[in-house]
Design a protein around this ligand. Structure first.
Ligand code: C2O
Ligand code: CU
Length: 576
């Protein structure tokens, strides 16, 4: 197995300078091989997608300003692969965003593609597959960016713990993808297990195993061994929590301990104290936890399901106060996470997230408003998710190359709708459930300020409206506000918007039957996906594309676009 090679570009520039620290950014090199392998994430052996023989993939740790080089070899036998660096804005490197059919051609089996990009902002991030449903096959890992050398975080802590949360299905992603697109539709159901750092225990409760001396879950297999978080008493720890779940929305609580939220999606927030946090797929948080409880005991960390009637048991980890043994039974039962449908609790948490003082404020007004109605629909007996009644399908030729070369034939002529009928009743199933497919490409002018209104609605079944966490590539956005029912854009709705201290994020949720308003500045030329981060929903068409000032994109590396119509155009002599 090859180990990541860390090459420090040494600080010659600074050697004679007056600065006491060497603040030179580094280039960090990684050599990765993606392959299928047997693994037992929840003690049941399956085939998943790993990196360098590991699951989850290796953690990337860097400092703000560093350049990451990942030389990615695809060792899958018969499918392409790409990796997306979730939360990294890819300023000036849109071809390194790792979205198949959008920013690049999928890397063929046996081929290698090198991702090169700068991690410009400290924070808690992660990476994952972005081709078909490969994320749900286990292709993910953590990406953590520390402040630049000589700089400090705006809060203090003594140690750090990393929790990468995910959910896990026993069915292969191939079966899942076929199910979701078959006629009649077959829903994939709820995940079998929740995983913490890639480990869970199917059909075995850690808490019960402890108390009843029942079979020790995962005791025999390190791949599914319970996660132990060692801490010293009376210290403050930074818990980095991120979710790359396929379906599940989550809640995390630590027995008897309060959590102070300090970071969301790589942006500092105004600190606030809670008993538990909600984490939707695509979200990341840092919370501070002080080990100020009885040090003779260990404590449970619980992760439970939100927003869907859970059929998946909670995941547990042990907060191990040293020098207690890790196997010492916590004296308290695991904390019970809030009821799955306690949306008041979720809204209360989400609405408390505000930007930390010093965060750039949003422009006071927007140049354009794009209103996106989210509906579940039917199409020739298939079930789809649609945006303004168009379900997104991706083209054979990636957008970045085809738009840069002006191959207009790769885009359908019709521009997607900017709004939807005010007469649409969001409280009922669609009166006409029929939908169609399209490319959903919105063309954004350079440096314009764009507002996006995400409007949730009733799904196909009566009295069902789901939570959807929307994630934007290439940008952070300000979350200006949330509301219930239909967004009217009237004085009352506008009064709900927060222009004073809205948080900057890359993922924002729409609550059932609710709306969310986001604002961002189109200052990063590229082609960016904006989609629901729930893997089956994206697969069923729940997304749009922002093509932003593509004429200003720098020279696209050939390897990113050597497929489909762009490959032909390049052969014919066109220049990128
Ligand atoms: Cu983490 Cu397009 O997603
Ligand atoms: Cu969704």
């Amino acid at each position: 197995m090859r180990l990541p090679l860390l090459v420090a570009v040494c600080c010659t520039v600074w050697a004679f300078a007056v600065r006491p620290h060497c603040a030179e950014a580094k280039a960090r090199h990684f050599k990765w091989e993606v392959s299928n392998m047997f693994w037992s994430p929840d003690c049941e052996e399956k085939v998943l997608i790993g990196i360098n023989g590991q699951f989850p993939g290796p953690t990337i740790r860097a400092r703000a300003g560093d350049t990451i080089h990942v030389e990615l070899k695809n060792a899958l036998h018969t499918e392409g692969v790409v990796i997306h660096w979730h939360g990294i804005r890819q300023i000036g490197t849109p071809w390194a965003d790792g979205t198949a059919a959008i920013s690049q051609c999928a890397i063929n089996p046996e081929e290698t593609f090198t991702y090169r990009f700068v991690v410009d902002k400290p924070g808690t991030y992660f990476y994952h597959g972005h081709y078909g449903m490969q994320r749900a096959a286990g292709l993910y890992g953590s990406l953590i960016v520390d402040v630049a050398e000589g700089e400090e975080e705006p809060f203090k802590y003594d140690g750090e713990l990393n929790l990468l949360l995910s959910d896990w299905y026993h069915e292969s992603i191939h079966t899942q993808m076929v199910s979701l697109s078959s006629k009649p539709f077959r829903w994939i159901g709820e995940p079998q297990s929740l995983l913490i750092n890639g480990r869970g225990q199917f059909n075995c409760s850690l808490a019960a195993a402890h108390t009843q001396g029942a079979k020790q879950c995962g005791a025999v297999n390190r791949q599914c061994a319970p996660v132990v978080l060692p801490v010293q008493p009376n210290k403050t720890y930074r818990l980095r929590v991120a979710s790359t779940t396929s379906l599940a929305s989550l809640n995390l609580a630590v027995g008897n301990h309060k959590l102070t939220v300090v970071e969301a999606d790589g942006n500092y927030v105004d600190p606030f104290v809670v008993d538990d946090i909600d984490i939707y797929s695509g979200d990341s948080y840092s919370v501070l936890l002080t080990t100020n409880q009885d040090p003779s005991s260990n404590y449970w960390v619980s992760v439970g399901v939100r927003g869907r009637q859970p059929k998946t048991p909670p995941a547990l980890a042990v907060l191990n106060y040293r020098p207690n043994r890790a196997s010492k039974l916590p004296s308290l039962a695991p904390p019970v996470t809030p009821a799955w449908n306690d949306y008041a609790h979720s809204k209360n948490f989400t609405y408390r997230i505000r930007a930390r003082a010093g965060t750039p404020p949003p422009p006071a007004t927007a140049d354009r408003r794009i209103e996106l109605l989210n509906t579940q629909n039917k199409m020739d007996g298939h079930i789809k998710w649609s945006i303004n009644n168009v379900s997104m399908v991706l083209p054979a030729t990636p957008y970045l190359g085809s738009l840069k070369l002006g191959l207009k034939s790769t885009l359908t002529a019709a521009r997607p709708a900017e709004t939807f009928s005010r007469a649409y009743d969001v409280t009922r199933p669609p009166a006409n459930p029929n939908t169609t497919t399209g490319d959903n490409v919105y063309v954004l002018r350079h440096n314009t300020t764009v507002d996006v209104v995400l409007q949730n609605a009733n799904a196909l079944a009566r009295d069902v409206s789901e939570v959807h966490p929307w994630h934007l590539h290439g940008h952070d956005f300000w979350v200006l506000g949330y509301g219930d029912g239909a967004y009217r854009g009237d004085a009352a709705d506008v009064a709900r918007l927060n222009l004073r201290d809205p948080p900057l994020r890359n993922t924002a949720v729409i609550f059932p039957y609710g709306w969310t308003v986001l604002r961002f500045v189109a200052d990063n030329p590229g082609v960016w996906a904006f989609h629901c981060h729930i893997e089956p929903h994206l697969h069923m068409g729940m997304g749009v594309i922002f093509a932003e000032a593509v004429d200003r994109v720098g020279k696209v590396p050939k390897e990113a676009v050597s497929c489909g119509a762009t490959a032909n155009a390049l052969m014919a002599g066109d220049h990128l």
